[in-house]
Design a protein around this ligand. Structure first.
Ligand code: UDP
Length: 340
């Protein structure tokens, strides 16, 4: 069982919640984060929430190989969880080179450092976007992949590269987790999603409308072939995602090589359903308007979470009400996000 876990992107949304989950379950955590889309303050919140701090935090870009090797030299790392990446679909269409550079270059640099330091366990942060314009829901891991934007392509490339490395290094164990739509916050309200600038994703946008930072939610299209015409997604509570990573660590040694799992709930929710659930959570009607479709969006993405349930005996525990309540609590307690 791994005891010291290196978390790349540990100050980010999913990373910070995973750090709390690991710390409260006795793991020692080393964080590497360049803070390009996260606040160092998040790690103070992690320490406060978990009751103990991470062992060390390095402000480092993974592609800085000298700095990355120094991190591996300084700690006996048992396993790596690799979150650090650019993640905005629309932006990836505008600046694809930066996406390939950061996401693929960061992953290859990490794999090289792991090989050099004989670290053989990796949990990789992949995405349901690799399925592209899904022809059916729910999606199993065996369904075809067909990325529709550079962000999704970087995630698929990283899966492929890691798979190739596994064939070359027989002792390597990799779990690639394809998350659906992580939302919500730690139930304490101390830790949550704090995007820089205008939120790209629907949940932080809704929360900022609710707290008065934005005037209304723009619903991107109501003419999709879905029950109410708005996009359907599989929202998953970030604490379930964090827990999924902790459980994944326990299963890295089940077998060598690369395995891919969906991380979702299996329940689809439309934008209008999400809007209603969030309005109920914050006790007021969230203003919205229907606008045109967002380029690159697909009608519906919902996970079949069966494979992970069969492999690990683990399922998500939190529902849409929990997700909205916790996202709202964080926003209400931190109307302008983290300080600084
Ligand atoms: N969406 C929306 N308004 C927004 C942001 C998103 O209507 O301001 C919709 C989007 O079209 C999709 C769903 O909300 O149907 C989830 O989008 P998000 O960007 O949160 O996640 P994605 O599924 O694109 O990764």
């Amino acid at each position: 069982m791994p005891t010291t876990v290196l978390v790349t992107g540990g100050a980010g949304f999913i990373g910070s919640h995973t750090c709390v989950e690991l710390l409260t379950h006795g793991y020692d955590v080393v964080v590497v984060d360049d803070h390009s889309n996260s606040s160092p303050h998040a790690l103070e919140r992690v320490a406060k929430t978990a009751g103990r701090p991470v062992t060390a935090a390095y402000e480092t870009d993974l592609r800085d190989r000298r700095a990355l090797n120094a991190v591996f030299d300084a700690h006996r790392v048992d396993a790596v969880i690799h979150f650090a990446a650019r993640k905005a679909v629309g932006e990836s269409v505008q600046i694809p080179v930066a996406y390939y550079d950061t996401n693929v270059g960061g992953t290859t640099a990490l794999l090289a450092a792991m090989e050099q330091h004989d670290v053989r366990r990796l949990v990789f942060s992949s995405s349901c976007s690799v399925y592209g314009d899904a022809t059916k829901v729910p999606l199993t891991e065996a369904d075809p992949v067909a990325p529709t934007n550079p962000y999704a392509t970087t995630k698929l490339l990283c899966e492929r590269i890691t798979g190739d490395v596994c064939r070359r290094l027989p002792g390597l164990s990799v779990l690639a987790l394809r998350y659906f739509n992580p939302v919500g916050a730690h139930p304490s309200g101390h830790l949550g999603e704090d995007p820089r600038g205008v939120p790209n994703n629907v949940m932080p946008y809704l929360a900022q409308v609710a707290v008065g930072r934005r005037d209304r939610l723009r619903v991107f299209g109501d003419d999709y072939p879905t029950p109410d015409g708005t996009g359907v997604r599989d929202y998953i509570h970030v604490m379930d995602v964090a827990e999924g990573h902790r459980v994944a660590l326990e299963h890295l040694d089940d077998e060598h090589g690369m395995r891919v799992f969906n991380l979702g709930t299996g329940t689809g929710t439309s934008v209008l359903e999400l809007l209603a659930a969030f309005s109920a959570a914050c006790g007021r009607e969230i203003p919205h308007e229907i606008t045109g479709r967002r380029p690159g969006d697909v009608p519906a993405l919902v996970a079949d979470p069966g494979a992970v349930a069969r492999a690990w005996g683990w399922t998500t525990r939190r529902d849409l009400t929990d997700m909205c309540r916790d996202a709202w609590r964080f926003q209400e307690l931190n109307p302008s996000g983290y300080p600084g």
